[in-house]
Design a protein around this ligand. Structure first.
Ligand code: PMP
Length: 366
């Protein structure tokens, strides 16, 4: 008797492992491993979730109508083209299931977000990693990786875990080089943190073309990762495909209520943005002064090289930092084994991270 077996590709998936959250024997660990918000969620969002505790017997609105309309209004979009998901992870996964058949190909950049190859393999598709330049996606390499079997090109902009980005012009060049039947998914999970003049979220490409989707999330700057809430702006046809494949109540009621409240709290958003604008350069400079290579980041995290010098190792650094209560993220699954990624924390957390790193470097030296 043979046992049930999944479709080809599924068993090739290395399951996604989230950032560590615990240090044995301590309850004061500083978790800088998952690009969560340093400042938590808006008080208005927290209040919205508390209120919901009295209505837990009700199904949520399966169309996320109030939230979709609020997102559309805030961004000048047609609500019929705004979709919501159980995290942007779900949107990535559902779109991949809807457009990729076994044997089809999906292009992503070499150090791109892991859910792209995972979702592709889950459909029996073939992920194709296009080489990057200096830890930045290369439009030419991605276009060169496209074949007649390509169904989707994913690009995270900015990318996790590198923190680098493509300019609006480069994104436009990527779209211009694709066939019209290839879906371009621009994952702008960290868009709110970016303040560069040449950056664009990709929404103007969604306005203009029928094969471009922009995904966003409430998990990062809005601090709602626990609730799982993502959204996307799509061509009408893609939105209709998404609604056919998604679960009927894919976004829970707490996520919808908190998302609506968070969206209205623009002061909180500004505060979170200012915090990041202060601490990304501070951390970058501090690691640089310690003699460590840092990739210039426009996200809410910095990625630092720990194998650049004799005596250093990312594993030893991870263990040392943990002994000081600090949890970073190893990047072996992203084919960056020498690097660690640290999310921006609160001021004291950032200072502890840098002090502990300095201490590690001294111990490695001696
Ligand atoms: N895209 C990128 C680039 C990310 O870093 C993440 C979170 N790790 C996601 C998408 C998924 O975010 P969520 O499912 O929480 O919306």
């Amino acid at each position: 008797m043979s046992s049930p077996s999944p479709i080809p590709g599924v068993l090739d998936i290395a399951p996604y492992v989230g950032g560590d959250s615990k240090v044995e024997g301590r309850d004061d660990a500083i978790k800088l491993s998952s690009n969560e918000s340093a400042l938590g969620a808006s008080p208005r969002a927290r209040e919205a979730v508390r209120k919901l505790a009295d209505e837990l017997e009700r199904y949520p609105d399966g169309g996320s109508n109030a939230l979709r309309h609020a997102l559309a209004e805030a961004n000048g979009m047609d609500p019929a083209r705004v979709i919501t998901g159980n995290g942007s992870d779900e949107i990535i996964s559902v779109l991949t299931h809807a457009y990729v058949a076994p044997g089809d190909e999906v292009v992503h950049s070499q150090h791109g977000f892991l859910m792209y190859p995972i979702s592709t393999r889950a459909c029996g598709g073939k992920p194709i990693a296009a080489p990057e330049n200096d830890y930045t996606a290369s439009v030419d390499a991605m276009l060169a990786a496209v074949t007649p079997r390509t169904k989707i090109v994913f690009v995270a902009n900015p990318n996790n875990p590198t923190g680098t980005y493509l300019s609006a012009d480069e994104l436009a060049r990527l779209r211009a080089g694709l066939r019209d039947d290839v879906l371009l998914v621009i994952d702008a999970a960290y868009a709110e943190f970016v303040s560069r003049n040449d950056y664009g979220t990709g929404r103007e490409l969604v306005d203009r073309f029928d094969n471009v989707v922009m995904t966003r999330t409430f998990s990062k700057i809005y601090g709602l990762a626990a609730l799982r809430l993502g959204w996307a702006y799509c061509p009408t046809e893609v939105a209709q495909v998404f609604h056919r494949v998604r679960g009927p109540f894919n976004v829970n009621a707490a996520a919808q209520a908190a998302g609506l409240a968070a969206l209205a709290d623009t002061d909180f958003l500004d505060t979170a943005r200012r915090h990041n604008d202060t601490w990304v350069p501070w951390l970058t400079d501090a690691f640089d002064k310690l003699g460590l290579e840092v990739i210039p980041s426009v996200g809410n995290f910095v990625t630092v090289r720990f194998d650049g010098k004799p005596g250093l190792s990312p594993e030893a650094a991870t263990a040392f930092l943990k002994s000081r209560g600090v949890i970073g993220r190893g990047l072996v699954p992203y084919q960056m084994p020498g690097w660690l990624r640290f999310t921006v924390g609160k001021e004291a957390e950032n200072r502890t991270l840098v002090a502990a790193t300095a201490e590690y470097l001294q111990s490695a030296d001696g």
